[in-house]
Design a protein around this ligand. Structure first.
Ligand SMILES: C[S@@+](CC[C@H](N)C(=O)[O-])C[C@H]1O[C@@H](n2cnc3c(N)ncnc32)[C@H](O)[C@@H]1O
Length: 291
């Protein structure tokens, strides 16, 4: 159903993605707390489909104006390839685990990681959790998702599971930004990790969103209290997304990620041999800003 402000939202989408972009659907969801949309657009020879939302404006040009936020994206010609750089960084959690046969994807969005896994790690069985039925319906209709999804909050799901996963990816965002977690959440994530497994967490807008650092620090302190540690990777100069890794296998030090990527790219035949994933990145043992 159309809502007040939809005409304005359509304009913002056209401004952001270009006048030749094609809006496929625009709807409101209560769980997400905002309008979400699917838009197709072209960048030179590439054709993309993006799941977007309207989120808080972290220092954008027009304060108070809802800001278009990209939640997930798909290359229409190569749907299994990860479009966002941060998703490629997150996929390295699979490289940091010796034999990933199970994974827990917290936050389904446009199912980019699910498509990647199906194509590049077909032996790894993912469990999908998302608290927004409307987002999941969009993933089915527009992003080729054909697997069942547990509709629940990540917090509740983890509180109720006794299963263990080799890889856990935490990518939980709604209209207000990141879902807010306390130490208990990280404890449950770590308890749900199989021996030698790896957790990767996406921190969007990490340089400007004040809520991020305390959560990242809480995860790191908890890891340290268990004799483990986390480290961080972000693209130099971009300050958009930061990925926090918590590996528990034999290669835990930050330097190991480069070799892990090389082996992973070779073994899995990653596009462009994984080039560009760690290029121009900062690999830091601590949260990379304001220490
Ligand atoms: C950025 S998207 C995830 C994109 C996804 N990684 C992909 O591969 O396309 C964030 C998702 O988190 C979900 N979400 C936000 N808070 C949540 C929570 N507390 N529990 C479960 N899902 C949540 C949203 O509904 C949204 O689908």
């Amino acid at each position: 159903m159309a809502r007040a402000g939809d005409a304005h939202r359509r304009e913002l989408i056209a401004d952001y993605f270009g006048a030749s972009s094609r809006l496929r659907t625009l709807r409101h969801t209560d769980a997400f707390g905002a309008a979400i949309f699917v838009v197709d657009f072209d960048r030179g020879p590439r054709h993309y489909r993006t799941l977007g939302s309207f989120g808080p404006n972290f220092g954008g040009a027009a304060p108070g104006e809802p800001q278009v936020t990209e939640q997930s994206s798909m290359d229409l010609l190569y749907p299994a390839q990860l479009v966002f750089h941060y998703e490629r960084l997150m996929s390295l959690a699979f490289a940091l685990c010796e034999q990933p046969v199970s994974s827990l994807l917290l936050g389904v969005g446009g199912a980019a990681m699910w498509r990647f896994l199906r194509a590049y790690l077909p032996e790894c069985a993912p469990i999908l959790v998302d608290n927004d039925e409307a987002v999941v319906a969009i993933a089915r209709r527009w992003f080729y998702l054909s697997q069942s999804v547990i509709i629940d909050t990540a917090e509740r799901f983890l509180a109720g599971t006794k299963d263990r996963y080799d890889v856990i990816l935490v990518d939980l965002y709604n209209a207000q930004g990141p879902a807010l977690f306390d130490e208990r959440f990280w404890r449950r994530c770590m308890d749900a990790l199989a021996p030698g497994g790896c957790i990767a967490t996406n921190w969007a807008d990490f340089a400007v969103n004040q809520a991020v650092r305390p959560m990242a620090d809480a995860q790191q302190m908890l890891a340290q209290s268990r004799g483990l540690d986390t480290y961080f990777v972000t693209r130099r100069g971009f300050r958009d997304n930061l990925v926090q890794y918590l590996p528990t296998g034999p290669e835990r030090e930050p330097e190991a990620i480069t070799g892990a990527l090389e082996r992973f790219a070779r073994a899995r035949h990653l596009p462009d041999r994984g080039r560009g994933i760690l290029e121009h990145c900062i690999i830091a043992p601590r949260f990379p800003i304001g220490s």
